[in-house]
Design a protein around this ligand. Structure first.
Ligand SMILES: *[C@@H]1O[C@H](CO)[C@@H](O)[C@H](O)[C@H]1NC(C)=O
Ligand SMILES: *[C@@H]1O[C@H](CO)[C@@H](O)[C@H](O)[C@H]1NC(C)=O
Ligand SMILES: *[C@@H]1O[C@H](CO)[C@@H](O)[C@H](O)[C@H]1NC(C)=O
Ligand SMILES: *[C@@H]1O[C@H](CO)[C@@H](O)[C@H](O)[C@H]1NC(C)=O
Length: 413
């Protein structure tokens, strides 16, 4: 809640990178331009990071932002994992360590919005909870455990898994251990991380504690990209990014054992596999027209038939009906992959059809006049109803674009 200008900083810049792997997703912090009492939370660096080997790519200590809960929220905790794509090669990890996604040297205070907001009107169910945003500086969804030599001879530390464990351990000592209600969330690569660590998170609490997982925009599909010309078959882009990441960073311990027994570890890093072995109640929140996946996975730059994709990928309203049909193919795969959730008790689905990416950490998508509405609920209402079991079930899958009139063009893409 501190508002001194020293603390205020737009941690994550709002810009679109040409490089697909390095997308920057600006979860915690939109640019703080208003003079309204913005919710700025200082950075805490993990203590004893080096001794625990729990470090960012460059060897610096990882960081998090903790805002204490109050009143009836004193014993409730929301842990939110920041996103920001992956690094899957020495080159991409080496570049990443020069910035905020690979080193805490560049991290500053963060603004808490959406589900992280302490404003009662905007965030009526969680505003007074303890809230933690854990910064992402390992490049493998908090899941790798290895090191490698950088081209300049220095060490690249792939310690996402240790970061996850050490930060959560530290939080346990700060009150998480006595939580009565808890949620593990995160967006994009952090949403994937919330799936990967859901069982571990859940297992840290006694049975009577309501510990649930809320991966936001973390449901990445293993789908072929559009061809770059008519007769070439498209690459499985997400698969190759994940394959590089999983091997380079030695992602293994977090992957489900029954999956590993049958399949390649890269396959087991995909949400479609992960959900099969998650035991905690989980709500999958994602657009079936996820703007990041459409731009970077389905129709990456250079897709056939060329130029006409760029305006469509910038603004879905500019797509032709043929292009929308291609997107509908993506949606079909999505709906198919989440089918398994329909039979899971206490699980939830909020799969809207709005062209956006990440819906919890932004005021506008989380709870506003422009929030996507599904089953007569905004994102915030659906998540609250699911978590507190106020509805019999929250399992909503939207109809095909553009059928949902609440999809606003103001949503972040
Ligand atoms: C989000 O809403 C809160 C509460 O109304 C406000 O203080 C904050 O400035 C908003 N953030 C942005 C980025 O608009
Ligand atoms: C997956 O990554 C490993 C390690 O980098 C590499 O040896 C292998 O060829 C990759 N598999 C495919 C199908 O690209
Ligand atoms: C979308 O189409 C409109 C009208 O044709 C055009 O003015 C606008 O620039 C287009 N948007 C993009 C992002 O290309
Ligand atoms: C939708 O929600 C509003 C307010 O939450 C309520 O008044 C209305 O009756 C609901 N409509 C349906 C069809 O459930």
């Amino acid at each position: 809640m501190a508002t001194s200008s020293k603390l205020r900083s737009p941690v994550l810049p709002r810009r679109r990178l040409a490089e697909p792997f390095l997308l920057l997703l600006l979860l915690l912090a939109a640019v703080a331009s208003s003079t309204a009492a913005a919710d700025v939370v200082e950075l805490t660096l993990l203590t004893g990071a080096q001794e625990k080997g729990a470090v960012c790519l460059d060897g610096s200590p990882p960081g998090y932002h903790l805002q204490r809960g109050f009143g009836s929220g004193e014993h409730s905790w929301l842990v939110f994992l920041e996103g920001g794509a992956w690094c899957n090669s020495i080159e991409s990890c080496s570049r990443r360590k020069m910035g905020v996604y690979g080193s805490s040297k560049f991290m500053k205070a963060a603004e808490f919005n959406g589900i992280l907001s302490n404003d009662k009107q905007l965030n009526s169910d969680f505003y007074n909870w303890n809230k933690v945003a854990i910064r992402y500086c390992d490049g493998a969804s908090f899941s790798g455990d290895a090191e490698a030599q950088d081209k300049d001879g220095s060490t690249l530390h792939f310690r996402g898994l240790r970061i996850w464990k050490a930060v959560v351990d530290e939080l346990m000592g700060k009150g998480l251990a006595t939580a009565k209600q808890a949620i593990l969330s995160g967006c994009s690569a952090g949403g994937l991380a919330a799936l990967l660590h859901c069982n571990d998170f859940h297992a840290r609490f006694p049975k009577e504690v309501s510990a649930k997982c809320l991966p936001d925009a973390g449901f990445f599909l293993d789908i072929a990209s559009l061809c770059s010309s008519e007769d070439l078959s498209g690459e499985r882009h997400m698969w190759s990014v994940f394959n590089g990441t999983v091997h380079l960073q030695n992602v293994r311990e977090v992957l489900p054992k029954d999956c590993l027994a049958k399949k390649d570890p890269t396959e087991c890093f995909f949400p479609a596999e992960l959900v099969k072995s998650i035991t905690a109640p989980t709500l999958i929140l994602n657009s079936a027209y996820d703007s990041w996946q459409i731009r970077n996975v389905l129709a990456p730059d250079g897709s056939f038939p060329g130029q006409s994709w760029s305006s469509c990928k910038t603004d879905i309203r500019n797509c032709s009906s043929t292009q929308i049909q291609v997107f509908n193919g993506f949606r079909n795969k999505f709906v198919n992959d989440v089918e398994i959730v329909k039979d899971k008790k206490n699980w939830g689905l909020f799969i809207d059809s709005c062209f956006t990416h990440c819906q919890t950490p932004f005021n506008i998508s989380w709870s506003s006049q422009a929030s996507p509405v599904l089953g007569n609920k905004t994102v915030a209402e659906a998540v609250g109803d699911w978590y507190f079991e106020r509805s019999y079930e929250v399992k909503e899958i939207d109809c095909e674009y553009p059928c949902n009139p609440t999809c606003s063009s103001q949503l972040p893409t």
